[in-house]
Ligand binder design. Sequence first.
Ligand SMILES: Nc1ncnc2c1ncn2[C@@H]1O[C@H](COP(=O)(O)OP(=O)(O)OP(=O)(O)O)[C@@H](O)[C@H]1O
Ligand SMILES: [Mg+2]
Length: 262
Amino acid sequence: MTKPLLELKNLWGGYPPIPVFRDVSLTLQTGETVGLFGPNGHGKTTLLRTIAGLQDPWDGGVYFEGQRLNEEGAMRARTSAHVNYDLFRRRRIRAVDAVKAGLIYVMQGNLLFPEMTVEEVLAIAPVAAQGRPGVAEMRARLDDLFPRLAERKTSKIRYLSGGERQMVSIAVGLLAMPRLLMLDEPTLGLSPKLRRELSVAVHKIRETGVPLIVVDQNLEFLTSLVDRLILFDHGAITHELPAAEMPDHATLMRMMFGEGAA
Ligand SMILES: Nc1ncnc2c1ncn2[C@@H]1O[C@H](COP(=O)(O)OP(=O)(O)OP(=O)(O)O)[C@@H](O)[C@H]1O
Ligand SMILES: [Mg+2]
């Protein structure tokens, strides 16, 4: 049996002193795409940020291709009346190690450099590929994935629409030649037309074999895309649903939000 691509073992995290997600265990095999669905503010972004090395895990392990990325040992494991060891002991995964391993996170909210043009941003993006091959082919494929970007390549990011910025963000993630690409709400706040364009592009990315973790509020999009849907509620995984056993929309909404939700 080959090693899983990503393994989360009893992972905890949050914003001290408030825990946001607790005891999250998840295994992702190479080639698998999973979706994460849950109410607003229940910790999906916090979980992805922790895996990407932007926040400290409190406890538990993150393993990528068999290698442990975070330090062992729980927060507050070492205590003293006079010293708060957690203040100076950085526990998070080094973001650069995550990128080196090919664990690429496209953040929620299109955080790009507003004064740079599309082509400038795409020109620097391959730095994150860390020598992984295929950048030229990926660059060529982007014109097919996001035809709009080819038309806007000399525009500054600040003049792009939200959907176009989202396309640039995903393109930047792809140029990092991800071994696993995590997309946080790629269709958030978009018009139906742009949402469709983004959805088609993400399906095409999946078809090229890039494993994905996708967080999105659009259940139709998620269920059509993923091999497994994970329901996330109050910072914990409540259900893992393989595509073959995917309930209908109304049942899913009831599982997530209780009777009367659908
Ligand atoms: N920087 C922060 N400091 C303190 N608390 C935060 C911070 N960012 C988020 N939180 C809190 O952590 C909880 C989880 O937020 P998070 O953004 O992970 O949820 P989410 O599931 O991604 O929500 P959404 O669907 O709205 O994107 C929320 O209660 C939020 O208010
Ligand atoms: Mg979020």
